[in-house]
Design a protein around this ligand. Structure first.
Ligand SMILES: [Zn+2]
Length: 276
């Protein structure tokens, strides 16, 4: 947070009196509470056209796939009508935690290697919010649907978990179709055995393109209150996404917290830091 404030202070000092005579600039989005626009309602049009097919299941771990028509609704600002998702959003709004840039308890690194890792996470976060390597935007229907799906299985406020969704795209009979592999469990991270990358390799050979990989960064704490996960790439994410860009021509990376999603093309991964 400090480098941002220093940067703002320096900009104001440089701008001098000319700026002071104009109307004050709008506050920067960073660290402000940004309500969803009024035109961003929960609406029944935000839904998948077909039910998922379960490919693999063991206990609470699943790998399933939706094959659905890509519609304007899916890329719109509409949000799904989903009681658990509404409750999640309302709880965070009431706590004042619906921030574009979440504020959470600082990690306490136990040794030099953890300190180096957290320093990389921080630099990746700064880059994500700089606008130079991706955009953090309000959640849209498709990312919200997938977040809401996992939140309905395990409410994120009481049972934080991450899901991995691989979103493939192809035009079939002149119509855009999405095929979405979804991996999740009741553990914080699903086992890699459920990611479905072997199936996805075959899909790519059969003509699908790997449009985007989406996963969520789940809830954090801020002085005992809930805080959103940061929608920015962790160093582990960077390593995984780079390898998918190479091996299966992944095109885009998305990370959501149910309020905001960062979207970036894989070319922007060059600017991020992987694990030490
Ligand atoms: Zn991640």
């Amino acid at each position: 947070m400090m480098p941002v404030l220093r940067g703002m202070a320096a900009a104001v000092a440089l701008a001098g009196t000319a700026l002071a005579r104009r109307q004050p600039s709008p506050a920067p989005l960073v660290n402000q509470v940004v309500p969803q626009p009024a035109s961003n309602p929960h609406a029944p049009e935000c839904r998948f056209s077909d039910a998922p097919v379960v490919l693999k299941q063991s206990g609470n771990a699943i790998l399933q796939v939706w094959t659905v028509n890509d519609s304007e609704s899916l890329s719109s600002a509409l949000l799904p009508v989903d009681g658990a998702f509404l409750e999640y959003r309302r709880t965070l709004e009431r706590a004042g935690a619906d921030r574009l840039r979440p504020v959470a308890d600082q990690p306490q690194p136990a040794n030099e290697s953890e300190r180096e890792m957290w320093s990389r996470e921080k630099r990746n976060e700064e880059l994500a919010y700089s606008g130079r390597a991706g955009v953090v935007r309000p959640v849209r229907c498709l990312d919200a649907l997938l977040f809401a799906y996992q939140n309905a299985r395990y409410p994120q406020l009481s049972h934080p978990t991450e899901f991995i969704a691989s979103i493939l795209r192809q035009t079939i009979d002149g119509k855009p179709v999405l095929r979405i592999y979804f991996a999740a469990s009741d553990a914080l991270f699903p086992s890699k055995d459920y990611y479905g990358f072997e199936d996805i390799k075959k899909e790519i050979s059969a003509g699908w393109e790997f449009w985007a990989m989406l996963h969520n960064h789940t809830i954090q704490r801020n002085n005992g209150a809930p805080a959103l996960g940061v929608p920015a790439l962790s160093s582990s994410d960077v390593d995984l996404l780079r390898s998918l860009a190479q091996s299966v021509a992944l095109q885009n990376a998305w990370i959501t917290n149910g309020f905001y999603t960062i979207v970036l093309p894989v070319a922007a991964l060059d600017q991020y830091l992987g694990r030490p």
